[in-house]
Structure formats: structure tokens, C-alpha cells
Design a protein around this ligand. Structure first.
Ligand code: FMN
Length: 345
């Protein structure tokens, strides 16, 4: 088993990565159902929280069935991060995660934020301020370093542990790489193998299949794996990895019924949380993913994306279930998209 402070996770836990505009409560609900052991919210601006911006506040919504869950914040100065940490405290998540190095204009424009990865002293000061401000266990998510010449993650890990963080998730790329090339897990393994490090180290970057997850588990010895893009539209990745790690065998891919049921749940949660209009609109980008691989599905998708009520969508989903009953969808490799316009952490 793996422990983050007092939180007990199963052996080799699978984490859902924080993803802006993706890892909201409806998406988290379906990932949780399918085996995510620890989840994080989308990143939340500390400045936004302090200003009481509606969007930032809304991202604080967490539900008991999601536990253990971490709320992720970012920001560029000690005072606002510490204040934000106190606001997060009140919402009572299981942990507080700090995202380092996201080049959001608002933050980077003030000379902080993106620069944090270049300035370990600043990173340590910011972390220290958060640890001191909150009663929650603090975790950090970051990259290997700023660029090819400053891969400082080994020093970063030691120093952040020294100021009290309880776990570290590392995306095996530098900030300059964005999503280019392949994630390099060798430095993640170095951090894990450092005898001074006693907190859990979670590897992140490019896991897109059960086979790769097991291979990386064995090769790099990390305590667990964090999965981002592969879960988008395919929350079954968690249960498939778990099954493969346990048995060495691939699970059958989800049936049509399972796909439609997960889509329905995502839809229901989306409406509950976002309201009937935004809920329906934002669900539109998910149908293609959930129904991928069914022949002729384009026609259904085209109908789904213009519907305006849950009842209408449910009726089309009923049709899909009826018309494709028993159809076996082939297992297709998951394609990891580049999201350069988003936070590259
Ligand atoms: C759409 C999108 C949004 C992201 N938003 C965040 C975020 O809010 N906070 C964060 O720490 N990382 C964010 N990331 C980075 C992911 O958490 C993860 O580190 C990265 O995608 C690599 O993992 P993967 O190869 O499994 O996708 C985001 C990634 C994507 C694709």
C-alpha cells in the first residue's frame, strides 16, 4: 500500500491527472467508477480564489464519493498561495496539490508562475508558505525542469520534501518540450531511487495502455502512475491497467452497453453540476469519444450534438444501445493528443 500522510492508497495506485476543462466532477465520477484511486481537480488560480471569481470557486466543488481527492492550486506569490490554501482548507479535500510552472498569462505577466521552474528557491518558498498555511497534506505536481539544460527535478524533490510535501507527481518532460517528444521517465526513476526520498513518487507522461503501464511500473519502480490524456473519453483505462497488472491479461474492451451507460452517467452528472444548458452543451464534445469504433456512429453523433434536452439525448442513446446490441468494438490504440494551448504541466 502507498501512504500520503495518513491517506492510504492501494498498492500501485492509479491517479487521474488534473486537467483544465476536463477533470471536472462529471468526468471524475466516471473515472472513479472505473478504478481511479486518487483524483485531482482542474488547477485553480490562487488569485481567482482570493478575488472570489465564480469559475475558480466552482472548481472547489468536491463530493464524498470522490475521496480521496486533491484540490490543485497555482500561483506566483507566497501570500496569495497561502491565502488560497486557507480557502481550500474550508472545503475539506483530502489533500492540496500545487501546480508549478504553468505559463498562464495572468501569472507569468507578473514575473512569476512560469518562471518558478527556473527558480528552485522561489519554488521552495512558495511550497513552504502553502505547507504552513494549511492543515492538509500538500503534494506537488511538476515537470523535469524548465528546459534541456535545467532538469533539476532531483534537487527539487529533495528540497520540497524537506519543507514538508507528502507526495510528488512528475511529468517526464521539461516545460520547453510542451508535449513534444516522448516523456522520459529515467529522471523520475532517479528521484524514486534516491535513498533520501521517502514520500511517494508518481510517474506521469504518455501512459496509453495497460502494457505500457506495467512495463513502466517494472522499469522505473514508481509508487504509482498518473494518467491524463488516455482517460479522456476512455475512463476504462484505469480498470484495464489494474486488471493487467494483477493478471497479466488484457480485459475485454467495454461493451456497447457499458459505453452508453457511462455516457449517460457523464451526461447526468454534467447537467446536475453545470445546469441544463451548459451541461448539455459541454457534453457535446464527449459523444464521439464514448461511441468511437461503432460503424456509422457519425450520424448519431451529428444528431446528439444539436439536441437541447436530456430526454432527447437519452432517446438517441437508447437507439444506439438497441441498434448496436451485442456489437463488439475492436480494441484500438489510444491516441494521445497534443494540447499545446493548455497548461503544459
Ligand atoms: C487538457 C489538459 C489540461 C491540463 N491541465 C492541467 C492542470 O490543470 N494542472 C496540471 O497540473 N496539469 C495539467 N495538464 C497536464 C496533465 O496533468 C499531465 O501532466 C499531462 O497531460 C501528461 O500526462 P498524459 O501523457 O497522461 O496526458 C493538462 C493536460 C491536458 C491534456
Amino acid at each position: 500500500m502507498v501512504k500520503i500522510d495518513k491517506i492510504v492508497l492501494p498498492e500501485f495506485p492509479l491517479l487521474l491527472a488534473p486537467m483544465e476543462d476536463v477533470s471536472d466532477p462529471p468526468f471524475r465520477a466516471v473515472c472513479k467508477d472505473n478504478g481511479a484511486d486518487l483524483m485531482y481537480t482542474e488547477f485553480i488560480s490562487s488569485e481567482g480564489l482570493i478575488r472570489d471569481a465564480i469559475k475558480s470557486r466552482q472548481k472547489l466543488d468536491i463530493f464524498d464519493y470522490e475521496r480521496p481527492i486533491g484540490i490543485q492550486i497555482f500561483g506566483g506569490d507566497e501570500e496569495s498561495l497561502a491565502l488560497a490554501a486557507k480557502i481550500v482548507d474550508v472545503t475539506n479535500p483530502d489533500m492540496l496539490d500545487i501546480n508549478f510552472g504553468c505559463p498562464v498569462k495572468k501569472v507569468a505577466g507578473k514575473g512569476a508562475g512560469a518562471g518558478v521552474l527556473k527558480d528552485i528557491d522561489l519554488m521552495v518558498r512558495l511550497t513552504d508558505a502553502v505547507v504552513k498555511a494549511t492543515r492538509l497534506p500538500v503534494t506537488v505536481k511538476t515537470r523535469l525542469g524548465w528546459d534541456e539544460n535545467s532538469k533539476n527535478i532531483e534537487e527539487v524533490a529533495e528540497r520540497l520534501q524537506d519543507v514538508g510535501i507528502k507526495a510528488l507527481s512528475i511529468h517526464g518532460r521539461t516545460r520547453s518540450q510542451m508535449y513534444k517528444g516522448e516523456a522520459d521517465w529515467t529522471l523520475i526513476a532517479n528521484v524514486k531511487n534516491n535513498p533520501r526520498i521517502h514520500m511517494p513518487i508518481f510517474g506521469n507522461g504518455d501512459i496509453d495502455s495497460p502494457q505500457k503501464a506495467l512495463e513502466y511500473k517494472n522499469r522505473y519502480g514508481v509508487d504509482g502512475i498518473m494518467i491524463g490524456r488516455a482517460a479522456i473519453g476512455y475512463p476504462w483505462i484505469f480498470r484495464e491497467i489494474k486488471h493487467y497488472v494483477k493478471t497479466g491479461e488484457l480485459m475485454d474492451p467495454p461493451t456497447v452497453d457499458e459505453r452508453v451507460e457511462v455516457c449517460r452517467k457523464h451526461l447526468r452528472k454534467s447537467l446536475e453540476w453545470k445546469g441544463p444548458i451548459v451541461g448539455i452543451n459541454e457534453m457535446r464534445r464527449h459523444y464521439a469519444n464514448y461511441l468511437k469504433g461503432l460503424p456509422g456512429i457519425k450520424e448519431y453523433r451529428n444528431r446528439l450534438v444539436v439536441l437541447k434536452t436530456m430526454e432527447e439525448v437519452e432517446a438517441v442513446l437508447d437507439e444506439v444501445q438497441e441498434n448496436y446490441a451485442g456489437y463488439v468494438i475492436e480494441r484500438n490504440p489510444i491516441v494521445l493528443e497534443n494540447y499545446h494551448q493548455h497548461c503544459p504541466l
